[in-house]
Write a protein that binds this ligand. Structure first.
Ligand SMILES: Cc1cc2nc3c(=O)[nH]c(=O)nc-3n(C[C@H](O)[C@H](O)[C@H](O)COP(=O)(O)OP(=O)(O)OC[C@H]3O[C@@H](n4cnc5c(N)ncnc54)[C@H](O)[C@@H]3O)c2cc1C
Length: 307
């Protein structure tokens, strides 16, 4: 994800969400649901979306209202999901719905197809960045979803969604690191070339110190993310805390590095003729989605204070 984001963070992030949705089916789905969806998803003949956020529940995702009622061997699903990456274009929607009580324990995960009757989409959102991928509201109007499309047991959906996000947050962080590395490399090349006051701007100590700070902060964020990735892979007890810390640091540092790279390009950094402004816009959303960076602090401090 990091290497791909060196070229395009938006495309890399899009694939990371597909990766997360596929992983949830693979890790928690029955053999039946795995065989039904995974071969085409792994071949990327079908692309998956992750549907948690609703118009009135973002950070407080466990308050979601999209309802699913069991009717024979089908769930009947009604409600709306907001900000869905791939919405309107992707074929597979891994969707968190309410089958029981209020709160996280009443949530179940269902796989819903784009072409099931009753599925519709809002207009494509017009965004600051992430222009290589669509974002739209997804609406369910009494959609009949086979009970066999359930991933995990009833009431396990929120836990599954959060476990998906442990990996998803690493990947979003990695997208920020890759994008920021690209802009840092561009800044090094540009400051060696650009001359003002009769010398390369890289010869000013202010520029040198800025580049040194960018490199140091980016490497520090990268190594925290790699440690968090090892913890998620090993299913370590503190994996969620580390994934949240790494996502927060990598995305904030990534945006700050890109912002300084833009500054070092002067007015040219602001122009679309140079690549920096696209990275600046694309990375901005990484501090907001898959849990805002404030919510990352909630997760980290809650875990610290529990002990
Ligand atoms: C381009 C894009 C793509 C997205 N893709 C997806 C997707 O594919 N699937 C999906 O399910 N969702 C997706 N989202 C939604 C995203 O995850 C939410 O926008 C995000 O979780 C924040 O929710 P909200 O926008 O409702 O903000 P709110 O929850 O309303 O937050 C508003 C502000 O309040 C702060 N805040 C909220 N609660 C607290 C608290 N307890 N403590 C401190 N501060 C707090 C937030 O940090 C934020 O600054 C996407 C969003 C965008 C912009």
């Amino acid at each position: 994800m990091e290497a791909m984001a060196y070229g395009c963070p938006s495309t890399s992030a899009f694939i990371s969400i597909h990766n997360m949705a596929s992983w949830m089916i693979d890790r928690f789905g029955s053999d039946e649901v795995k065989h039904k969806y995974l071969p085409a998803m792994i071949a990327m003949e079908k692309i998956g979306s992750y549907c948690l956020t609703e118009p009135s529940s973002g950070s407080d995702a466990a308050a979601l209202k999209t309802k699913a009622v069991l009717d024979g061997d089908h769930y009947v699903v009604s409600g709306s999901k907001a900000f869905i990456s791939g919405g309107g274009e992707n074929e597979v929607y891994v969707t968190m719905v309410r089958t029981g009580e209020d709160g996280p324990k009443g949530i179940t995960c269902l796989v819903i197809d784009k072409d099931m009757p009753g599925v519709s989409f809002g207009a494509q959102e017009k965004k600051l960045g992430w222009h290589s991928q669509p974002t739209a509201q997804v609406n369910f109007d009494e959609v009949r979803v086979p009970a066999a499309n359930r991933v995990g047991g009833e009431g396990e959906g929120f836990r599954i969604a959060m476990m998906g996000l442990d990996g998803g947050r690493l990947n979003i962080g990695a997208c920020s690191l890759g994008g920021a590395q690209r802009c840092l490399d561009e800044a090094v090349a540009y400051t060696k070339e650009r001359k003002q006051f009769g010398q390369a701007i890289a010869d000013f100590q202010a520029t040198q110190f800025t580049l040194a700070d960018m490199e140091t902060e980016l490497q520090a964020a990268r190594y925290l993310l790699y440690v968090a990735a090892a913890k998620v892979t090993a299913n370590a007890p503190d994996k969620t805390r580390f994934a949240a810390m790494a996502k927060r640091l990598a995305t904030d540092t990534g945006s700050s590095v890109v912002d300084r790279a833009l500054q070092l390009h002067g007015g040219y950094g602001y122009l679309m003729d140079y690549p920096i402004e696209r990275f600046w816009r694309d990375l901005r959303v990484h501090s907001i989605l898959e849990g805002t960076n404030q919510v990352m602090r909630v997760i980290v401090s809650r875990d610290m204070l529990r002990q």
